[in-house]
Write a protein that binds this ligand. Structure first.
Ligand SMILES: NC(=O)c1ccc[n+]([C@@H]2O[C@H](COP(=O)([O-])OP(=O)(O)OC[C@H]3O[C@@H](n4cnc5c(N)ncnc54)[C@H](OP(=O)(O)O)[C@@H]3O)[C@@H](O)[C@H]2O)c1
Length: 309
C-alpha cells in the first residue's frame, strides 16, 4: 500500500516537531508510546511526511503555498503554522489575521484544488469564558482578544470538508512554553505568581500529535475539541510542577487576574476548558490526565537537556 502523503506546515513549532516524529513512527520526548487513541501504532512506512517550517514555506505567501501544495500533492495537509503571540497580537492585528485567517483560507482552497484533506488547529480562545461550564464544539463563539478572533476567522474560512481541531494551553518538551519557565524557577530556588481564576485544559504536544494521527487516518471533517483530561488553572499547574521538582515551600503565590502587573494586553477567558466528549464518542481513547502529561513532559525535559549538554 502506498504511504499516506502528509504535508505539515509550521513543522518547527512545538506541535510540529512532535507530529513529524510521531508520523515517522517514533515517540517524541515526553510522549507516551502506549497512548494510541485508535489502538494502532504508526508503521514506519504508513506516512510520507513533508514537514515545512516557516523558513521553507511562509503560508502567507499565497503563490509559494499553491506551488508547494501542487508540487507535493499531499493526501492530507496539517496546518500547524500560526501566529501564536496572544498579547503581541493586540498591536499586530493585521499580521495575526494574515497568518491565522487569510492563509488558512488559502490552504483550504489549495487543499480542495488537489483533493487533499485539510486539518487545521484552533483554540479555546474562540470562546469568551462566560458559559460557566466546559465548552462543547457547538457552543457559541465570542473571542475576547485579537488572537482568538483571528483563529475564529480561520475556522470560518475553512470548508465544511476540513477538520478543525480546537485545543488549549499547549506544551511540549521542545516548545517555547511556560512550563520551562516554571521548572527553571523551581530548580533555581525562586518563587512564582500565577492566576487561580482562569480555568482551562492543558494539552501535551506529544498527546495532541497522537490525536492528529487519528484525524489524518479518519479525516472526519467538522470541529473537534482535543485536550488532556481534567480542567485546571495556571496556579495549580505551577504548584504541581514545583511539587514534582521537590519544592514543598511556598513556591507559588496565587493571584487574581486583576492583580497582574503589568496587566497583559490581551484579555483571556475566565473559564474555557474544552469538553472532549465528541472525541470519546468517536470511539477514541481520552488523552491522559494533565498531571500524567506534565510528569512526562518534565522527565522528557530533563532527558532532552542531558542530551544537549
Ligand atoms: N500554544 C498554545 O498554547 C496553543 C493553544 C491553542 C491552540 N494552539 C494552536 O495550535 C497550533 C500549533 O501551535 P504551537 O503551540 O505548535 O505554536 P508554535 O510553537 O508557536 O508554532 C507555530 C509555528 O508556526 C510558524 N509560523 C508563524 N508564522 C508563520 C507563517 N507565516 N508561515 C509559516 N509558519 C509560520 C512559527 O514559526 P516562528 O517560530 O518562526 O514564528 C512556529 O514554528 C497553532 O494553530 C496554535 O494557534 C496553540
Amino acid at each position: 500500500m502506498n504511504p499516506t502523503r502528509v504535508l505539515v506546515t509550521g513543522s518547527a513549532g512545538q506541535v510540529g516537531v512532535d507530529l513529524v516524529d510521531t508520523l515517522g513512527g517514533s515517540t517524541p520526548p515526553g510522549g507516551d508510546e502506549d497512548f494510541l487513541p485508535d489502538g494502532r501504532r504508526v508503521e514506519s512506512d504508513e506516512f510520507a511526511v513533508l514537514g515545512l517550517s516557516r523558513h521553507d514555506l511562509d503560508i502567507t505567501d499565497r503563490d509559494a503555498l499553491t506551488r508547494a501544495v501542487s508540487a507535493s500533492r499531499p493526501d492530507v495537509i496539517v496546518n500547524l503554522a500560526a501566529y501564536t503571540q496572544v498579547d503581541r497580537a493586540e498591536t499586530e492585528r493585521e499580521a495575526c489575521f494574515n497568518v491565522n485567517a487569510t492563509a488558512t483560507e488559502s490552504l483550504s482552497l489549495a487543499a480542495k484544488e488537489v483533493g487533499a484533506h485539510l486539518i487545521t488547529i484552533s483554540t479555546d480562545y474562540v470562546f469568551d469564558g462566560e458559559k460557566g461550564d466546559g465548552y462543547v464544539e457547538d457552543d457559541i463563539t465570542n473571542p475576547l482578544n485579537v488572537y482568538g478572533a483571528s483563529k475564529r476567522a480561520g475556522e470560518l474560512a475553512c470548508s465544511e470538508a476540513d477538520t478543525i481541531v480546537r485545543t488549549s494551553w499547549v506544551m511540549g518538551v521542545r516548545g517555547k512554553n511556560v512550563i520551562h519557565v516554571i521548572a527553571q524557577r523551581a530548580t533555581s530556588g525562586e518563587t512564582v505568581r500565577f492566576v487561580d481564576d482562569q480555568m482551562g485544559t492543558a494539552t501535551m504536544a506529544s498527546d495532541l500529535a497522537r490525536a492528529l494521527v487519528t484525524f489524518i487516518r479518519v479525516r472526519p471533517g467538522g470541529v473537534w475539541h482535543v485536550a488532556n483530561t481534567g480542567a485546571t488553572t495556571w496556579c495549580d499547574i505551577a504548584t504541581f510542577v514545583g511539587a514534582s521538582l521537590g519544592r514543598d515551600d511556598e513556591f507559588v503565590t496565587a493571584i487574581a487576574t486583576v492583580d497582574l502587573d503589568p496587566a497583559p494586553l490581551a484579555t483571556r477567558p475566565r473559564r474555557s476548558d474544552l469538553v472532549t466528549q465528541k472525541w470519546a464518542d468517536g470511539g477514541w481513547r481520552a488523552l491522559p490526565e494533565w498531571r500524567d502529561g506534565i510528569t512526562r513532559l518534565l522527565s522528557g525535559r530533563t532527558a532532552n537537556s542531558e542530551l544537549r549538554s
